[in-house]
Ligand binder design. Sequence first.
Ligand code: ADP
Ligand code: MG
Length: 317
Amino acid sequence: MGEFELIRQYFAAAACAKPSGNLLLGIGDDCALASLPQGEVLAISTDTLVSGIHFPDLCDPFLLGQRALAVSTSDLAAMGATPLGFTLALTLPKAEADWLCAFAKGLNLMAEQCSMRLMGGDTTRGPLSLTLTVLGHLPPQQSLKRSGASVGDLLCVGGTLGDAAGALPVVLGQQILPDHLAQPLLAQYWSPQPQLALGQALRGRATAALDISDGLLADAAHIAQASGVCLELRQDALPLSPALQAAYGGEQAVDYALSGGDDYRLLFTLPPQWLPVLTAEGWDISVIGRVSQGQGVVVLDAKGHVQTPLRQGYRHF
Ligand code: ADP
Ligand code: MG
């Protein structure tokens, strides 16, 4: 199978590659063309996933396609952007039909779930790696940056924390869990759902936001630094799923939630008057702390005593 046959069969032919909405011209020309709603700006983010670093060398290609797009699209959610589309730069050791077919299916499924269009890409030979660039749009005044948190805001998170970190030992074959506990954790690892709707609901409400990829503590530190504030985190308020608690017990579950990474949940700061509004709208959010004067991140127990977490988040270098 040649390069162009591969592109045509697995990517250009995918349902998510069909131009529609803001995507005017898709795969097949020198550039894709897209329009923006009047007065809105582009939100752009790139992520690279390397085999052996971001996912196991031998992993299910369907799940990989799903996960790759989900983790990239999560950055659009974190900015409050409306999804537009993405490009895929794919480096493959060999062109294997079964692998490509399953990978494209997973990618396509997540693209449909996120209303993302495949706009173009590049295909090369080499050790397996994926680079996805995602594009979205939003009114510039309403973007959710990391820098706007102010003293008195609540610190909130969407959904539960630590589930993907709890799945990782299972993914790596280091841990065996009964099916009813493994399944919900693995689902969170392999197909995290980018919180796009929540991100858009936070426009003009949240003062700062990001998506948690390297672990709550590490990512909270980014908001603290960009905003010049201290984030006080209450350990007893961490939203832990029943599966995570049942699989690992309290202390380990808390460690996964604080430092595990791969959550792809939105962490945001919210002026208190918005909490009842968001709650009435039915969003699954938890208040896990507050913004105070100072710098950095502190973890407090139920009595307000400062805790020393077991470890910080993931760092490549
Ligand atoms: P060029 O030579 O202009 O860079 P290519 O030959 O690399 O173009 O790609 C041809 C077309 O196929 C382009 O529209 C490109 O965006 C698209 N494309 C290439 N690889 C992929 C891929 N993995 N996924 C989606 N589109 C791709
Ligand atoms: Mg090219």
